[in-house]
Design a protein around this ligand. Structure first.
Ligand SMILES: *Cc1c(COP(=O)(O)O)cnc(C)c1O
Length: 387
């Protein structure tokens, strides 16, 4: 490890997660690699997912979609969150499907397709309850009418109808069945108006794993691809998911201090006994949530040791107790939760990102996407799998 901190991304875990989800969902899968692959690196994750069988890639922005194409990924890509005056011609030229939720967007996309003489591939999004993007039930007929007109004229081709769930992470939540019904009604309406979308898709990770009626032709897989159990279990045991990212650092300063020593700003923490403090060169500027203060643990010397005092922008302090610690000792901030202390059968393991999220009162998605640009990403591929 060269720099102060490193996020090691296990691409074999990404591949294994994709295969595990496919075995359960039994549909084609879209690997969602938005937000730089949930912080893991969009291109390496996309390559691993496609090699493992992902039929589609999903992103939210034109820049993300185009950078996947520039990296040589030729599979179908959907991009779905654009300003109405986006330069859609770039997307059409790069054969990227465009998620469309409003008539204004459709005008612009169809204009780009007409100018290029290539029908833009459009995936019409219906709002079935989330109230974010997607056309409302009231606006759907007008969007469909325009889509039909533009399809006949040759500016677009409607490749899919899709929507997004509100509460897929709550097993059996009544909103899921309501959304499936609203979605089927929107799909029937589109077909009745003369459209022939090849695909219908609604499910995210959670729904793909437990809600068969939401699966349709394709499931859009985000957090589970990265090995995080969408139902919040500490590990992905039930579904065989393996957390892909390990955030590692090293001790860069060590000091023995007496009882009564204040640690970090405030100080919010004062030692109650003589102890060894180990300094870690990662802080909230690297994505360690400040809100985890007082609860956070890291893996040092085969033990879980607490971070004490405030997490600063660039650093935080570990209370190592009487553990012998040396400069350069490795620290795992979070990992797959498998690095158990070999001395203690079934003993503790390094923390997982799900635990960090709980300590910070947020979700693992936010912790993963928050891992900063200073943290170097490195990749374990299938061939050099070590576990
Ligand atoms: C982010 C996102 C997903 C992936 O969701 P997960 O719950 O992480 O699987 C799927 N669909 C849409 C529209 C999204 O924005």
């Amino acid at each position: 490890m060269s720099g102060p901190a490193e996020a090691v991304v296990d691409l074999a875990a990404v591949a294994s997660n994709l295969r595990a989800i496919a075995a359960t969902a039994r549909t084609d899968l879209m690997a969602v690699v938005k937000a730089d692959g949930f912080g893991h690196g969009a291109v390496p994750v996309a390559r691993a997912a496609v090699a493992a069988g992902a039929a589609w890639l999903g992103v939210t922005s034109a820049a993300e979609a185009l950078s996947l194409r520039s990296a040589g990924l030729t599979v179908p890509i959907l991009s779905w969150l654009h300003p109405h005056d986006e330069d859609f011609a770039r997307l059409v030229a790069a054969r990227i499907d465009i998620g469309v939720s409003s008539v204004a967007h459709l005008h612009a996309v169809a204009g780009a397709g007409a100018r290029l003489g290539v029908p833009a591939a459009v995936q019409l999004k219906v709002d079935t309850g989330l109230s974010r993007n997607g056309a409302t039930r009231e606006d759907w007929p007008e969007l469909i009418a325009w889509a039909r007109k533009y399809e006949v004229e040759g500016g677009i081709r409607v490749s899919a109808v899709w929507s997004h769930l509100v509460n897929a992470e709550a097993p059996g939540h009544p909103s899921v069945a309501r959304q499936v019904e609203a979605f089927e009604e929107a799909l029937r309406f589109a077909r009745g108006a003369g459209l022939h979308p090849r695909l219908a898709h609604l499910a995210n990770s959670a729904a793909a794993l437990i809600a068969p009626r939401t699966r349709f032709d394709l499931c859009r897989i985000g957090v589970a691809l990265y090995g995080v159990d969408p139902f919040g279990a500490m590990s992905g045991g039930e579904f065989g998911l393996r957390p892909a990212m390990t955030l590692r650092s090293r001790v860069i300063n060590v000091k023995r201090v007496p009882a009564g020593t204040g640690v970090s700003y405030g100080p919010d923490f004062v030692t109650t006994r003589p102890t060894t403090l180990a300094l870690l060169p990662v802080g909230f500027g690297d994505g360690l949530p400040r809100a985890a203060q007082g609860r956070a643990r890291v893996w040092l010397g085969g033990q879980r040791r607490p971070i004490v005092g405030r997490i600063a922008m660039d650093q935080c302090v570990i209370d190592a107790g009487d553990l012998p610690v040396a400069l350069g000792d490795p620290v795992v901030v979070f990992g797959p939760g498998t690095d158990a202390a070999w001395t203690v059968p079934c003993g503790p393991t390094e923390p997982t990102v799900a635990e960090w999220a709980r300590w910070a009162g947020t979700n693992p998605h936010e912790v993963l996407t928050g891992i900063g640009a200073r943290v170097k990403r490195s990749y374990l591929s299938e061939r050099v799998e070590t576990r």
